[in-house]
Design a protein around this ligand. Structure first.
Ligand code: FAD
Ligand code: MLT
Ligand code: ZN
Length: 471
């Protein structure tokens, strides 16, 4: 351990290797507080070459590496597993990799260090007259590297796609310390495998991302935000379909159920958004696809969507932010009510209603928690069929309710893992969403790029089945 620390200090400078147990424990516990493990230290390299030195040192000592960005991940992928203090993994924090180059106005692209936060990237893009296409409530901490590693979605996926759609190139350090880099941003280039896309969604299991070349979008000023009450998720989906047909430029379409709205109001002290309470709420943001055009035209077109009569509509910045608060502050509100079983799934639009009905059965079957009946809160990015199921109450060590929700999503033709990734939480469920051949191919990629299993052991891929015959 002493020799490893000395080698890491030599790589980054002593100030950037933290080994005090209390400090390390903070990095080794995830945002939800559900996942926590043991790490020997935290090392924060300040450049790609320092990352390479750190990787080589860890490889020489046979010490696994957990890449970490803002530590806002929700599936346990950014923290180590519980275990003995030695030989415990090293957490490689990418937070010092913050270089942000000037926006290349001609290509509409920017090169950003992996430790740049999404909020910093938004500010930088806006100052140059652009927008970055991924946005999420964790923007002040979530990093470019972490969002690439998870292929993060967020509130604008419906318009710009997930992080994968923004990526034009990458620099990363492989398990042998070699550096792969292609930041030219050229869209015309089909010379071999697309390594940037391979690393997107790899959750720190294949390489440490140190820089990314990102596509930016033209800014589209907001035209309006609306919040409509509905009789449930099916009616919210129907209303969304009508809005989509009536108005161009849908930037966001989010759903919050009645339990979620009540909780966020209670935790954040928010007033009722509408005169009447509903079973579900649809929040939509419209952009002005013609920035010079009249914002009111969008409202006139909205009339074609037959909005419910007491829909709240805001067109000024303060009013729009006030409506967004019911959705944006929900994850934090849930955290104040307890550590949830948090299951992020995707379900086809036609199955949303049946899935939600099944959910209520699943939660009933899970039984009460120590403080009373289990609480179910459902919300998410309804425009892309991505729902966040939160269950508060059942023992956190018992993963049966998590698995039952994921199985239900798969049974409805959906995915057991959507935008948050697989992490440590969902490795056992990968086979419900990906075929045996696909998982075998993923294992081959992992074995080729990281034969010693240095990066993020126990994340993404399930442990090999010992009963399976060799070869
Ligand atoms: P971390 O949590 O540090 O790491 C996540 C994973 O990426 C880990 O497996 C880690 O090993 C790997 N990783 C991190 N950095 C690197 C790197 N440089 N190289 C290689 N691997 C790396 N997610 C969404 O998709 N959409 C949302 O709308 C959304 N909203 C959220 C709201 C809140 C309030 C919170 C707390 C979380 C939310 N998340 C959301 C989850 C989370 O913010 C995302 O998963 C985000 O992409 C994680 O980024 P991070 O920098 O915090 O990564
Ligand atoms: C969100 O959309 O707010 C997030 O993905 C976070 C969550 O699931 O709680
Ligand atoms: Zn989300």
């Amino acid at each position: 351990m002493r020799k490893l620390l000395a080698d890491l200090r030599a790589a980054t400078g002593p100030a950037h290797v933290l080994a005090e147990p209390d400090v390390v424990a903070g990095y080794a516990t995830d945002w939800t507080r559900r996942y926590a493990g043991t790490a020997s230290c935290v090392v924060s390299p300040g450049s790609t070459s320092e990352v390479a030195d750190v990787i080589r040192a860890c490889a020489a000592h046979g010490t696994p590496v957990i890449p970490q960005g803002g530590n806002t991940g929700l599936v346990g992928g950014s923290v180590p597993a519980p275990g003995p203090a030695w030989p415990a993994p090293v957490i490689l924090s990418a937070r010092r990799l913050t270089g942000l180059e000037p926006v290349d106005v001609a290509s509409g692209q920017v090169t950003a260090g992996a430790g740049t936060t999404i909020a910093q990237l938004h500010g930088h893009a806006a100052a140059a007259g652009f927008r970055y296409g991924v946005d999420l409530a964790s923007r002040d901490s979530a990093t470019v590297g972490g969002t690439i590693a998870t292929n993060a979605g967020g509130i604008h996926t419906i318009r710009y796609g997930p992080t994968r759609s923004q990526l034009a190139g990458i620099t990363a350090v492989l398990a042998d310390g070699s550096v792969i880099s292609n930041l030219s941003g050229l869209t015309a280039g089909s010379a071999g495998y697309d390594l940037a896309q391979l690393l997107t969604g790899s959750e720190g299991t294949l390489a440490v991302i140190t820089q990314a070349r990102l596509r930016l979008r033209d800014p589209e000023p907001a035209a309006a935000v609306l919040l409509a009450g509905t009789a449930g998720i099916a009616q919210a989906a129907d209303l969304l379909a009508r809005i989509r047909a009536a108005v161009p430029g849908l930037l966001a379409a989010e759903y919050v159920d009645a339990a979620g709205l009540a909780l966020v109001r209670e935790a954040a002290g928010l007033p009722a958004p509408l005169p009447t309470a509903y079973q579900g709420y649809l929040l939509a943001e419209l952009t002005r696809t013609d920035p010079a055009g009249d914002a009111d035209i969008y409202l006139q077109r909205l009339a074609l969507a037959a909005l419910p009569p007491d829909t709240a509509i805001a067109q000024d910045a303060g009013g729009m932010a006030a409506l967004w608060a019911y959705r944006e502050r929900l994850t934090e509100a849930i955290a104040t009510a307890g550590i949830p079983h948090k299951i992020d799934v995707a379900v086809p639009a036609s199955e949303l209603d049946a899935f939600c009905a099944g959910l209520r059965e699943v939660v009933r079957a899970a039984g009460p928690g120590p403080d009373g009946p289990a609480r179910l809160i459902v919300f998410g990015h309804i425009g892309v069929g991505n729902l966040h199921v939160n269950v508060i109450g059942p023992d956190l060590a018992d993963t049966e309710v998590d698995a039952a929700v994921a199985r239900l999503a798969a049974a409805h033709g959906g995915s057991a893992a959507a935008e948050h990734g697989v992490g440590r939480a969902k490795t056992g469920w990968l086979g419900w969403t990906r075929s045996a051949a696909e998982i075998a191919a993923m294992r081959s990629v992992k074995a080729a790029l990281d034969p010693a299993g240095l990066f993020n052991p126990g994340v993404l891929l399930p442990p090999p089945d010992p009963a399976a015959s060799p070869g």
